[in-house]
Design a protein around this ligand. Structure first.
Ligand SMILES: [Zn+2]
Ligand SMILES: [Zn+2]
Ligand SMILES: [Zn+2]
Length: 261
């Protein structure tokens, strides 16, 4: 297998695409790439595999992508569209003592503990319960031979933690799903990255997400080798958007796999 394989589990905004009850052309599209679950990625390496975010579609995303093993979880922030499938990590921690490592910033971990108090509560450790093992992110850390660097970005008033993944001999992969602006300290950490996966909600500007035009400007500014857009809303049809983008920028879609050698 490839030393690093990244699967887009979901590439949609908080409502998903199609949106419930919407009759717009994108929500009615027959192109499977216009069906977008809530945003998440899955990473497989020879040593370990992990998921970034467990939104409301997490169970379905695991089944559809034949995911039978998850060794760790990284959470970008505690908005509902990124955490509401958290309890569906249970099948990956069956057994009295089995715990699953959860990596999140202190603020995001506080949000998780609040929403999923029954799972974090040491009093209720029944065999079938999810048993998270919290690791608060304070700097770069390793999962197997992959170095993971946290990338704080501004998402309205919330700080989201994006991630940079590095392995020996592999171009850096950067994931920034919910983002409106990038502080200089984070910009320095993603300059000249090989792959940039970044929020591009829609064409119109939005107070907490990058627009397509803003995301293109970021990709150019940081000189990303190849960029993929994610966290799209139903304003954007896959085929039309991709045809309009400059070279080096593509549109992610659910089920897309990037294999890095
Ligand atoms: Zn989101
Ligand atoms: Zn629609
Ligand atoms: Zn968000």
């Amino acid at each position: 297998m490839a030393p690093f394989e990244l699967t887009f589990l979901g590439t949609g905004t908080s409502l998903g695409v199609p949106m419930i009850g919407c009759a717009c052309p994108v929500c009615q599209s027959s192109d499977p790439r216009d069906r977008r679950d809530r945003s998440s990625i899955f990473i497989r390496t020879p040593e370990l595999c992990w998921v970034v975010d467990t939104g409301p579609d997490f169970r379905h995303q695991c089944l559809r992508n034949h995911i039978s093993r998850v060794d760790a979880v990284l959470i970008t922030h505690s908005h509902s569209d990124h955490i509401m499938g958290f309890d569906d990590l249970r099948p990956f921690t069956f057994g009295e003592e089995a715990r699953i490592p959860v990596y999140a910033s202190p603020a995001t971990m506080a949000g998780l503990r609040h929403t999923f108090s029954f799972a974090f509560d040491e009093q209720n450790r029944y065999a079938g319960y999810l048993k998270p093992e919290p690791f608060e992110i304070t700097g770069p850390f390793h999962l197997g031979r992959t170095l993971i660097t946290p990338l704080p970005v501004q998402h309205g008033r919330v700080v989201t933690t994006g991630f940079r993944f590095d392995r020996e001999g592999m171009p850096a992969v950067v994931y920034l799903p919910d983002c409106k602006s990038i502080p200089d300290t984070t910009r320095d950490l993603i300059l000249d990255c090989g792959i940039l996966i970044i929020d591009a909600l829609r064409h119109r500007t939005h107070p907490t997400h990058l627009s397509v035009e803003e995301a293109i400007a970021v990709a150019r500014d940081v000189r990303a080798g190849q960029t993929y857009f994610t966290h799209l809303c139903h304003d954007l049809g896959h085929a039309a958007l991709e045809a309009s983008l400059p070279p080096g920028i593509r549109v992610g879609y659910d089920g897309l796999v990037l294999s890095m050698d």
